[in-house]
Write a protein of this length. Structure first.
Lengths: 207, 207
DNA sequence: GATAATACCAAGCAATCGCTTGGTTTGTAA
DNA sequence: TTACAAACCAAGCGATTGCTTGGTATTATC
């Protein structure tokens, strides 16, 4: 299944808003603005202007500004869970699965959903306590995907460090790429970057 | 030289504010509040209340609120450069130097300067363009410390991945520990954590 | 003990914030 | 055409924001 097909099926299940609809367009612009200026510095007037409506009209779609932030995060995680699962299916060995996960997460962070992923990392504190609980549940779900693969590698002694620690280090390392990785002006492709990560972990690149 | 001695000499050189003085206390409280609530959500009234003065009186010490953020960042980097250099001096081999850097950065992030380090990572976008330039100059200086050590290891073929990529991945991975590492309720010490990082990079722990 | 700088207070201003309100347009289905 | 809901506008309210102002303690210096 292609990335687009996955997105379409999530839209059909009403788990993610259609980017072509009013709500989806708003969430997309919100992700962009939150990433660029931060949640607090982005005003409801900014958001409204970005989609060409009046600021008051926003509250017809969302009750509060924070609900917009939560929606960006929730829908992003839902999409990513689906993308990760799909990436895993094509891989067979644990090592290949790990590479698939690394590659998929790098693509999430630096590809089309990159802005929303950055929001997920940097705007966490702007979420209310209630919203955090909701988002955390989703996040735990796809953390389990990682721990499963890393645990298997550890059992096989092909990974020497603790899987929990490795996953958390990888979370930080891969998220951080959003602050420096610029594929357009630099020879490193996403695949090349994924290879580097694998090499770093002691899994030499497969030719 | 102990951590405290390093701090004292920086204070003497007027590169870092004395935490006992008015300015230093304010910066310390600012770091704490910025870390806890974020820069934008922290009001000048919050800052003033934290040190027991009126909000207007803040502007006797700093011209703008942003200047406080910049000061937190600049002084933190200055202190960290000194700490890293001191950590390196006690190490002899490149591997030991790398471990010293990892250990020192973990301590910066999770120790006494942790709050300020987190601010450095998460509040970057709240800095004005001018302030960013200033802070970036300082940051490049201590990035060079890392690249020097990683480059040597690479030449010795003891590190297989690209030093630039490794340093950036480590920046993300180590910074991220601030979001999950809790030494008080978990068996992992800072030394243990540093060991795990080294193992992950292919440098087994020395007994 | 006079002088001057430093550190602070009390009060409030202008701007901006998230959000509300009452009413109008647009789209959909019978 | 009628009926009705969803989508939007125009206007603005109350609260909060960073920062200013004019004046008063406090401290150091000679």
């Amino acid at each position: 299944m292609s990335q687009n097909q996955i997105l379409q099926s999530l839209i059909a299940e009403n788990l993610v808003s259609d980017p072509q609809g009013a709500r989806g367009r708003l969430l997309k612009e919100a992700a962009r603005l939150f990433r660029e200026k931060g949640y607090e510095r982005t005003t409801v007037r900014d958001l409204a202007a970005a989609v060409g409506i009046q600021s008051g009209s926003l509250f017809h779609h969302f009750h509060t500004k924070e609900e917009i932030l939560k929606a960006v995060m929730v829908e992003t995680i839902r999409l990513n869970i689906a993308l990760m699962q799909a990436a895993m299916e094509t891989a067979e060995t644990p090592k290949d699965k790990l590479r698939a996960l690394v590659r998929a997460e790098l693509e999430s962070i630096n590809g089309q959903t990159g802005e929303a992923m950055a929001v997920l990392v940097f705007e966490w504190r702007s979420l209310s306590a209630d919203s955090r609980v909701e988002v955390l549940k989703l996040r735990d779900f796809y953390e389990a995907l990682w721990l499963d693969v890393l645990g298997t590698l550890r059992e096989q002694k092909r990974l020497l460090a603790d899987p929990f620690v490795v996953r958390r280090m990888l979370t930080g390392a891969l998220s951080w790429t959003v602050t420096w990785y610029r594929p357009e002006r630099g020879g490193l492709t996403l695949d090349g970057l994924a290879d580097q990560v694998m090499v770093m972990l002691g899994f030499p690149a497969t030719p």
